[in-house]
Design a protein around this ligand. Structure first.
Ligand code: CIZ
Ligand code: SF4
Length: 357
């Protein structure tokens, strides 16, 4: 029962004390978040892991790529545990490393590998944090970098100082919304379709491209529509609509603002009491923001509940299981990135940190 699970989890956490730290992503359900020592986005949680060097085990309630990032940024002696190994991310899975290598080979053949007369590389690979460690490592090996939804624009500026074009993984929407805000015309941000020769584009399109967008998306944020924004405005004429930049471009354009979880949280905190917000992001986060901010009216743009189905795979039962195993001295469901990937992936992350400390 829920009460039994609750007392098992609390007892295990008490026994483990500082030896284990439980991290909870913003999109986790409240039944899990209640046990988290830190709650945050993927990058904040990876940093929280590093800030707890005494914790032998980091129990990461989130999805696979986030646990990998925590392993990259945490100490060598710390083990990162994902309570349910089936908690992946469909977006991260859309940029499969073999397809990425294939794409890179084709780009090399079409554009040449070396820098041009201005010293600019033909393509700089940039990956969103929401990607496998293997893809971060790929970017690290090819002069590329990682970005988050908060610093995507700064990171693209960094990339354009070094290259003619950016190859952006895996979220086409974050890439397109960011490039558009920087003034890149839409016809110069073609979509790369894996498994099509030259990604399905013509040699001219490729030559003129500024941002080549990998064909990935988040199934949660892709659901938001312009119609939902219109409806919210019909019902609440003064509503402030904020959406995450993983939403499609027409939705970002129709919203009043777009921004990362951190942006949304700060905008809500800074608003005068009594503001009405319609938010286009994951439902667990929106509901939590609503209950933590009773001075405002806050609702999710999508009336049909849309949690992230893979985040949802972390259940208190799995948490009890991994914590009790730790009590018995057993590390299960460990996520460990091998050095061949970890070294270049960390390099790509460090480039980002140097750009946006
Ligand atoms: O969409 C996601 O999964 C996000 C924004 C995660 C994160 O914490 O970066
Ligand atoms: Fe992946 Fe989207 Fe779920 Fe985030 S919300 S973990 S990007 S599927």
């Amino acid at each position: 029962t829920a009460a039994e699970l609750d007392s098992r989890i609390r007892a295990a956490k008490r026994t483990l004390g500082d030896r284990a730290v439980v991290l909870g992503h913003f999109y986790q359900r409240d039944e899990v978040v209640q046990y988290a020592d830190f709650v945050g986005d993927s990058f904040q949680l990876a940093r929280a892991a590093r800030a707890k060097p005494d914790a032998e085990a980091i129990v990461f309630c989130g999805v696979h790529f986030m646990a990998e990032t925590a392993d990259l940024l945490s100490g060598d002696e710390q083990s990162v545990i994902l309570p349910n190994l089936a908690a992946g991310c469909s977006m991260a899975d859309m940029a499969n490393i073999d397809q990425v290598e294939q794409c890179w080979q084709e780009l090399d053949d079409a554009l040449g590998a070396g820098p041009d007369a201005d010293g600019l590389a033909p393509v700089i690979p940039v990956t969103y944090m929401n990607s496998s460690a293997a893809l971060k490592g790929f970017c690290g090996r090819h002069g590329g970098i990682v970005c988050t939804s908060s610093n995507a624009r700064t990171v693209l500026d960094w990339a354009f100082e070094r290259g003619r074009r950016v190859l952006f993984f895996p979220d086409q929407h974050l890439g397109r919304n960011t490039a558009k805000a920087m003034g890149v015309p839409e016809e110069r941000m073609p979509l790369w379709m894996p498994n099509k020769p030259l990604g399905g584009m013509t040699p001219e399109q490729l030559r003129d491209a500024q941002v080549i967008l990998w064909n990935g998306f988040c199934s949660v944020h892709k659901r938001f529509t312009v119609r939902q924004i219109e409806k919210a405005r019909e019902t609440f004429p003064n509503v402030r609509v904020i959406v995450h930049p993983e939403c499609p471009m027409p939705v970002v354009d129709a919203a009043d603002e777009s921004g990362s979880t951190d942006y949304i949280t700060k905008a809500i905190a800074a608003a005068p009491a009594g503001t009405t917000f319609a938010i286009g992001t994951e439902i667990n986060l929106v509901n939590r923001l609503a209950s933590e901010n009773p001075q405002h009216t806050i609702f999710c743009l999508d009336p049909v509940v849309c949690p992230c189905s893979t985040m949802y795979r972390i259940h208190p039962g799995y948490l009890a299981w991994v914590l009790e195993s730790l009590v018995r001295g057993r590390v299960i469901n460990q996520i460990s990135v091998g050095d061949d990937v970890a070294i270049p992936a960390t390099r790509a992350l460090e480039r980002m940190l140097a750009t946006t400390p």
